[in-house]
Design a binder for this molecule. Sequence first.
Ligand SMILES: [Zn+2]
Length: 144
Amino acid sequence: MHSRDAVFLEDLCPKLRVRRWRQSLHTYTGKSCIYCGKPSESIDHVLPRSRGGLSITENCVPACLSCNGHKSDADVFDWYRRQRFYDPRRAMAIRAWMDGDLRLALRLLQWAQPDLQQATADSTDADPLLTNQQDDNDWAFQVA
Ligand SMILES: [Zn+2]
């Protein structure tokens, strides 16, 4: 209703900077939704813009499209407590995130989702190559 009264980050910064900022938010959570842990496809305003929520890190969390859409303008904790995937550790993480304590938020998210750290490791493609090389070495070693 009063959304036009607020000054949004998107209005102030060049698009590229906003995109990088959004990407960094996704990277924090290993590209997973802060609410349910599914792949994050969007940035959700914890306090909706329609209620004066700002586009700042403390108010913007990675979310899947489903959570982002279902939450809409509801109070985040009221909405979250009603979800089947509700996890108190994630609720605490959201509170820490809103307080600007990202480090604590990430620790809580890792507690709720222990494989979170592996989500950013994308070097597994090299594994077959390495294995082949090792096989070759073993073979050469045996011949010698
Ligand atoms: Zn979600």
